[in-house]
Design a binder for this molecule. Structure first.
Ligand code: MG
Ligand code: ZN
Length: 215
């Protein structure tokens, strides 16, 4: 069992490196968006696309076990999207991204958002070749998520804390979540947003622009 897992992960890493080379050669910013189900990844992407699509080439790969609901939402907001259904699978892998890249025809200097399957466990193990990993948590979840799922927070570069408009109604303590996450990953950046009110979204757009500059 352990041997099988190691083989799967090393094969995935090989394919992820190929994807990474492809992104680098085309100066494409690829972001792997990970979270629990319901944290607001798709809503963040819809708002981001509506705000940036006039000035920036944006593409999306959507991962869910079933349905094309999220890809349909993304296309309505104005960016080409491809849906990957993983069936009984619970994460995207390097090969799925490789196959999706062939279909999407992404031009140079684009941003590719990869919305992973909602799951804080095994997506942490599967490198997709992305430059940056973005973990989204919402304040309707427990502020101890970083302690429970440390590998996801350890491997992420940015943590978006969403649904801040609900902070007055929930027990989530932002400082506690940040403290726990920093214990695991002292370099993790944080941006607090409410997709609903738009609060904090400009900071997220600035973060994206900063990443494009260093590609
Ligand atoms: Mg979604
Ligand atoms: Zn999985």
């Amino acid at each position: 069992m352990v041997k099988l897992n190691l083989d799967i992960l090393s094969e995935n890493n090989r394919l992820a490196e190929r994807n990474r080379g492809w992104f680098e050669a085309k100066h494409v910013l690829a972001l792997n968006m990970v979270s629990s189900p319901g944290s607001g990844k798709t809503s963040i992407l819809e708002s981001t696309i509506r705000s940036m699509v006039e000035t920036q080439k944006l593409f999306v790969i959507e991962g869910d076990q079933q349905t094309t609901r999220d890809a349909d939402r993304i296309e309505k907001s104005g960016a080409p999207a491809i849906q990957i259904n993983t069936g009984s699978g619970c994460h995207l892998d390097g090969n799925m991204i490789h196959l999706a890249l062939k279909k999407l025809e992404i031009p140079e200097h684009a941003i590719l958002f990869i919305e992973n399957v909602g799951n804080l466990v095994c997506p942490a193990m599967f490198d997709l070749g992305e430059q940056k990993r973005v973990v989204v948590i919402s304040v309707t979840e427990g502020d101890d998520k970083p302690l429970k799922y440390p590998y996801m927070f350890e491997t992420s570069h940015l943590c978006i804390i969403n649904k801040t408009d609900l902070l007055p109604y929930v027990d989530f303590k932002v400082e506690t979540a940040m403290k726990y996450a920093r214990q695991i990953n002292p370099n993790l950046e944080f941006i607090m947003v409410s997709v609903k009110t738009g609060e904090g979204m400009d900071e997220w757009y600035e973060w994206l622009k900063k990443q494009l500059q260093v590609l």
